[in-house]
Design a protein. Structure first.
Length: 146
C-alpha cells in the first residue's frame, strides 16, 4: 500500500495534494528495523519541505496517530501533544481545544492557568497541556527541527 493510500484511508484526513511522501518510498515514513533512526531523520527532512506540513502535523496530533512520521514529527515527538481521548489525557485538554479561541485570547491577555481553568471549567494541568500543544503547533509554521 502506498503512503498516499495509507494516509487517504485514514478518517478525517486533510487534503494530501502535494504531499511529498506520496512521491517516495512509503516505508521511509514508517521507520522500523536497523535503519529506523536514519529513516526518521530523512523523513523529517522531507516533511520540512512539504507544502502541507503544518496541516499534516496538526491532523496527526489531533487524531492521535501513533505510527510513523507525520508533518515532521515522529511518534515520540507527537506523544506529549496528543489529545487525551486517544491516549489517556483527561477530558479537560479536549475541552480546552474545543474552546481554542477563548484559550488563545486568555493566554494573550496573560491570564494565569488557574483563571483560564476556572473559565473553561477544567483543571490547570489540562490548560497547561493544551497551551503546550498549541505552542508546539505554532512552531510548526516555521518548520520542524525536532
Ligand atoms: S508533512 Fe511529511 S508526512 Fe505529512 S504529507 Fe508532507 S511529507 Fe507526508
Amino acid at each position: 500500500m502506498s503512503t498516499a493510500t495509507r494516509r487517504a484511508s485514514t478518517p478525517a484526513a486533510p487534503d494530501w495534494t502535494g504531499a511529498l511522501c506520496a512521491q517516495t518510498d512509503p516505508d521511509l515514513f514508517f521507520p522500523a528495523g536497523h535503519n529506523q533512526a536514519s529513516d526518521t531523520r530523512q523523513a523529517k527532512r522531507m516533511c520540512q519541505r512539504c507544502p502541507i506540513q503544518r496541516a499534516c502535523a496538526e491532523w496527526a496530533i489531533r487524531e492521535g496517530i501513533r505510527d510513523g512520521v507525520w508533518g515532521g514529527l515522529s511518534e515520540d515527538d507527537r506523544r506529549p501533544f496528543i489529545p487525551d481521548r486517544k491516549f489517556g489525557w483527561g477530558e479537560g485538554v479536549q475541552r480546552c481545544l474545543d474552546q481554542q479561541e477563548v484559550l488563545e485570547d486568555r493566554v494573550a491577555e496573560q491570564r494565569s492557568y488557574r483563571q483560564i481553568a476556572e473559565e473553561l471549567g477544567v483543571d490547570r494541568t489540562s490548560v497547561r497541556r493544551a497551551v503546550q500543544m498549541l505552542r508546539r503547533e505554532e512552531k510548526l509554521a516555521g518548520g520542524v527541527s525536532a
